[in-house]
Structures are given as C-alpha cells and as structure tokens.
Design a protein. Structure first.
Length: 344
C-alpha cells in the first residue's frame, strides 16, 4: 500500500512542477526539475510490486541475468541524476545563462548514453553513474544552503539526493559481492529508504509552493478580524472583478484591501502635523495604527506617514504587524474591564 501512496504523491509533485513551468517561463533549470521529478515518479512506480512484476514479464527470464524492472528503475534514477546535475551546474559561478543550455545538452547526452548502457549492458555501471552524479549534486546543494524558502527546498532535495547516493553505493556493493537485491515488498529497511528518498526529493521540488501556500493561510487567519472590520467600514475597497480563488491571491487581495481602507480612513493619505512623525519601532507604530483602526474617533491621530509600511518591511509584513496588535488589544480589553470591576 505504501508503494502506491508514495508513487501517487511523487506524481502529484511532478504535476505541480509541470504546472509551474506552464505559468512561468520554461527555463532550462525549471524543465530539468520537471524531468528529474518525473524520473523519480517512474522509478517508484516501477518499484510497486504489481507493476514491477508486469514489467519483468515483458522480458521473461531477465536480460543478461537481470530483470527488466531493475534496469528500468536504475535507468530512471540515472535520468533523475542527469536532470538534477543540469540544475546543479546552473548554480556554479563558472556557468552563465548563455552557455547553460549547451552544457545541459552535453549532460543530457552523457545521461542518455548511460541509460542505454544500463538497459543493454550493466546495472552496476548505472549505479556508478548515479553515485557520482549524486556526489556532485550534494556538494552543490550544500554550497547553496541558506535559511530562505528556496534554501529549505534545496535542503530537502539535497537530503533526498544524498540518500539516493548512499543507496546507490550499497547497490554497487551488493553487485560486487554477488548479493541479490531484495525485491520490493521484502522486509527490511532497503526499500523504505528508497521511498524516503523519493518523498524528500518530491517535497523539496515543490517546497516553495507548499510554504507560500501555508504562509498565505497563516496570513489570512491573522488578518481576518482586521479585514472584516475595515471592509465593513469601507466596502468600496473590494473590487467586483476580483474573482481569484487561490489562497495566495486571496491573501494578496486582502492585504491590499486593508491598506486601501486605512488610507481612506486617514482621509486619503493627508499629512497632519498633529499626528507627528512615526517612530522607528515597528511594534510601537503598529500598535498605534491598530488603536486608531479600532477607534478612529478617539484621541489617537494617524496620517498617511503612519500607514505606509516602514522601511525594510513589506506590505504583507506590515499588515500582519497591525493585525497582531489589533487582535492583542481586543483580547486584552475584557481582562482590563474585569480587573477594574467593570467600572467605566
């Protein structure tokens, strides 16, 4: 059952990468990622016991002592390593955008030769190719790690590739010692490790999409109350032609609507001398804007300078800060009233 589940999830990741290429320019690196994830999906699909048995029956008795399914799986991992090597090559400073396509074609040509030799001659040779390519990919991935959305995706993808390299080395060792490879479904850790590698690669390939979607969901939850209050106060900020239903697009729309409503409430961004200059502290500034948004007719005065995002803060981050301050003030109000005995 886990074989089918892993295959389905990896194919979903492959489809997500195809969709990303369709909506963005199809660069050499993006196309290579699609090929790499599709190759992993092919490998894990052939590793499904029922499918692997059907593929083996296409060549009864095996080819040169090796079943066809094993050769197809090895060839698929070579294709993965080849396509990922193209992406890794793009990350090196000596490779420019102008010559990346030529270098990529040479890497693909070498990979195609390796696939043909693996299918017709030696699986052990194929695993050597996979091992060497994985070493190159892991070294490149480690050089480009950082704590960003892309960096976390690279980390997951590199970790999965590292597991593939280790398993390729173990497959070479088994072949050199004439130890038969375990069949998919046999007990042990060997095939679960292949599934783990496939999942890490698939998740790493679509990590940007996953994290951006999750951040949009968190943002929508954080600004829900502030957005509801301001849109009810200024319904004209919601355009009738905003039909996007995607989570990220919805979050962007609501951020823009909150900013528009704040500007309308301030009188269209007029500058008031009585409001004073906003402080450097983002938290203090957000707290004052939140208090003013909650009670625009109170003692707090705000103008367009306060509403504009502080230097170095994105509109999303600024709206998040205001929304957090708004919610914190709202949750603190009941306790303050209770502590004062309910007196006004």
């Amino acid at each position: 059952m886990t074989f089918w589940l892993v295959a389905m999830l990896v194919w979903m990741a492959s489809g997500a990468r195809v969709g990303r290429v369709l909506v963005k320019p199809a660069t050499t690196a993006r196309v290579a990622i699609v090929i790499a994830v599709a190759a992993v999906a092919l490998a894990v699909t052939v590793n499904v016991p029922e499918i692997g048995l059907a593929v083996d029956h296409a060549a009864p008795g095996g080819v040169h002592g090796m079943w066809l399914g094993d050769r197809v799986v090895t060839a698929a991992w070579i294709l993965f390593a080849t396509a990922t090597s193209v992406v890794a090559a793009a990350a090196w400073p000596v490779v420019s955008r102008s010559n990346l396509r030529q270098i990529g074609m040479m890497i693909y040509a070498a990979g195609a030769i390796a696939v043909v030799l693996t299918l017709a001659w030696s699986v052990t040779f194929g695993w050597w190719v996979v091992l060497l390519a994985c070493v190159f990919i892991v070294i490149t991935g480690v050089r480009n790690l950082d704590w960003t959305t892309l960096g976390r995706g690279i980390a997951l993808y590199t970790a999965g590739t590292g597991v593939v390299g280790v398993l390729a080395a173990l497959s070479i060792r088994r072949a050199m010692n004439d130890v038969p490879m375990p069949k998919p479904g046999d007990e042990g850790w060997f095939w679960p490790m292949w599934q783990l590698a496939a999942m890490l690669i698939a998740i790493g390939a679509v990590w940007i999409v996953i994290e951006l979607w999750w951040r949009a969901r968190v943002l929508l939850k954080q600004i829900r109350t502030l957005h509801r209050v301001l849109v009810a106060r200024f319904p004209e900020v919601v355009a009738h032609d905003q039909t996007g239903s995607g989570t990220q697009l919805k979050a962007s729309d609501q951020v823009a609507q909150i900013m528009d409503a704040l500007y309308l409430q301030s009188g269209g961004g007029l500058e008031l001398a009585a409001a004073g200059a906003p402080p450097a502290s983002v938290a203090e500034r957000a707290q004052r804007v939140a208090d003013w948004a909650r009670n625009p007719f109170g003692e707090v005065m705000i103008d367009g300078r306060w509403i504009s995002p502080p230097t170095g803060v994105s509109p999303r981050g600024w709206v998040q800060a205001i929304a957090r301050a708004y919610d914190a003030a709202g949750s603190a109000t009941p306790s303050a009233i209770q502590s004062s005995g309910g007196k006004r």
